[in-house]
Design a protein around this ligand. Structure first.
Ligand SMILES: [Zn+2]
Ligand SMILES: [Zn+2]
Length: 178
């Protein structure tokens, strides 16, 4: 599929130029549900023959599942991009994408930014996304959403299912010899 994230090298002028475009999640290899709307990309490209220095930013809205209560919520994605691409006979090499990783672009007459953009969106996600800082999550015993209602489960009464597991673990643990 044609996408603006694949820059035709012939269309990039010598010297500095700006480029702005929008891509959908699907265009850069993400789950179409993972972004709300398009990802906006603003680039400044500095070209010196077949060497490209690209800086810019991307912004959009990601859709995540809360790690505590499971609700889907939107999170803004703001990320900077900096990379250097050299065109070589075997292909085009991206030397730096911010975190010192190397990327090889497709050989040909284009700078393919799709994988770079995909990684930046993925890397912008927190390890354990929460819909809000004080999300109370689901009750581990009855599963009720504690943001919306309360339940009679006591927080200090252990889940009987975990109690069984505890017993199993205790029995299977070799005697430490005291
Ligand atoms: Zn939540
Ligand atoms: Zn409960």
């Amino acid at each position: 599929m044609e996408t603006d994230a694949r820059l035709a090298i012939a269309s990039i002028p010598e010297g500095e130029s700006d480029r702005s475009f929008e891509v959908s999640a699907g265009e850069i290899g993400l789950d179409p549900e993972s972004l709300s709307g398009a990802l906006r990309v603003d680039l400044t490209i500095s070209r010196s023959e077949d060497r490209f220095h690209i800086t810019g930013s991307l912004s959009g809205t990601a859709v995540e599942g809360c790690s505590r209560c499971d609700v889907r919520f939107e999170r803004s994605v703001e990320s900077d991009l900096m990379l250097i691409a050299n065109r070589e006979s075997e292909g085009t090499t991206i030397e730096d994408v911010g975190d010192d990783e190397d990327f090889l672009l497709h050989q040909g007459d284009e700078l393919d930014l799709r994988e770079t953009l995909r990684q930046l969106v993925v890397l912008s996600a927190p390890m354990a996304p929460v819909c809000r800082e004080d999300c109370k999550g689901l009750c581990p015993q009855c599963g009720v959403d504690r943001n919306e209602s309360t339940c009679d489960c006591s927080s200090d009464r252990p889940d009987p299912r975990w109690q069984v597991l505890d017993d199993v673990l205790r029995k299977s643990k070799p005697d430490s010899g005291d």
